[in-house]
Ligand binder design. Structure first.
Ligand SMILES: *Cc1c(COP(=O)(O)O)cnc(C)c1O
Length: 377
């Protein structure tokens, strides 16, 4: 990692003058194949699109740099990145997952990986002592999501890494919600970081992607599997994600400010049972979050008295859609998207705070929470 500050590195992500033209913004290289020299060598290092591409290399180098890792491997989705880490575990290994792990990962483990021999169990990693109780002699990996989705639980990274390492297990942190702008798990002892770059890192809701960051040996082992298995991201998607990363630092600042304003408003509203946001002093993870994050993020959940779905239905600025981390604010009733077996309460709405003026978001929520629905003209 260079000694420059995060915002400087993000603002210049992947910018290097093109030798042929002097272009400051890098070109897109859609070519699937690269020419050999007369003697048969590939002196520029590129052979074939599945094995490597200049846009993918630039994205991976930048993500490794921003997370403070030695190497990174980009995938065609966040779940492909998560799956690659779990599939790399030896047969019969045990993994500890957080009890409110991203529901797509829970489904992958339950429907595919556990039947194929992976042992998995869930623990409330936000509680001290829970990991110790969940460890088994064959535990090889502990999976952490902090803040968690959609309950905004906070897991102490340093404590969890120390307990896992003492037991000979590795730690993988899904850093999708915090982003390296706010939290860098490798600096707290994690071995691997995964992201759905679909969310804040690309930040504009127009790319599906993922990445794993970590040490060279761990990342290169995953890359070898990826070249064999073929799930690579496209050059255009890599180029777009790199473009998004250049505004990450400023976007995160605005997301955090908006989330704080919305959380303050909701916490004072009579129809609100609870605001789940680590930036609030009454959040059980507030002190840990304040220690390991530089700000509290742009995501929050709210538990309501009365019909949560009906409130979502009355919002005008928040769009009713899944996903998060884009410029536009989104609202989602998580229990219905997660389906049967969900741990998410039915009275909960998850909010992804976008880049709109916070006062407009507050006004939108205020109107939707009014006990009697507005009469639309
Ligand atoms: C969205 C998400 C994923 C899955 O990523 P995709 O890009 O949708 O495959 C994994 N973890 C978290 C925390 C997410 O929010």
């Amino acid at each position: 990692m260079s000694d420059r500050r995060f915002a400087t590195r993000a603002a210049q992500a992947g910018l290097r003058a093109d030798l042929g033209t002097g272009a400051v913004v890098p070109p897109i290289h859609p070519s699937t194949t690269f020419e050999r020299d007369p003697d048969g060598d590939y002196p520029r290092g590129y052979v074939y699109g599945r094995q490597g591409n200049p846009n993918r290399d630039a994205l991976e180098e930048t993500l490794a740099d921003l997370e403070g890792g030695a190497a990174a491997v980009a995938f065609a989705s966040g779940l492909a990145a998560c799956a690659a880490v779990l599939r790399a575990l030896p047969p019969g290994a045990h993994v500890v997952l957080p009890q409110d792990v991203y529901h797509g990962l829970r489904a992958l483990v339950a429907r595919r990986l556990a039947p194929a021999g992976l042992q998995a169990s869930a623990a409330d990693l936000t509680r001290a002592g829970a990991l110790e109780a969940a460890l088994r002699p064959n535990t090889r990996l502990v999976w952490v999501e902090t803040p968690s989705n959609p309950l905004l639980g906070i897991t102490d990274l340093e404590r969890t890494c120390a307990v896992a390492h003492a037991a000979g297990a590795r730690i993988c942190v899904d850093n999708t919600w915090a982003t390296p702008a706010l939290q860098r798990p490798l600096e707290h002892g994690a071995d691997l970081v995964v992201h759905s770059t679909t969310k804040y890192l690309n930040g504009h809701g127009d790319v599906t992607g993922g990445v794993v960051v970590g040490s060279k040996p761990l990342v290169e082992a995953l890359r070898a599997e990826q070249v064999l298995g073929g799930a690579v991201p496209s050059p255009f998607d890599c180029w777009l994600t790199l473009r998004g990363l250049r505004t990450l630092a400023v976007r995160m600042r605005a997301h955090c400010e908006g989330a704080e304003a919305v959380a303050d408003f909701l916490a004072a509203h009579p129809r609100v049972k609870a605001v789940l946001f680590p930036g609030r002093p009454d959040h059980p993870g507030h002190a840990v979050a304040a220690r390991q994050m530089s700000a509290f993020g742009g995501m929050l959940s709210v538990r309501l008295r009365g019909d949560a779905m009906a409130v979502a239905g009355r919002l005008r600025i928040f769009r009713r859609a899944t996903s998060l981390g884009g410029t536009e604010s989104l609202v989602e009733h998580r229990a219905s998207i997660e389906g049967p077996g969900t741990q998410t309460p039915d009275d909960l709405l998850r909010l992804s705070i976008g880049l709109e003026a916070p006062a407009d978001l507050v006004a939108d929520l205020d109107a939707a929470l009014a006990t009697r629905a507005r009469v639309h003209p």
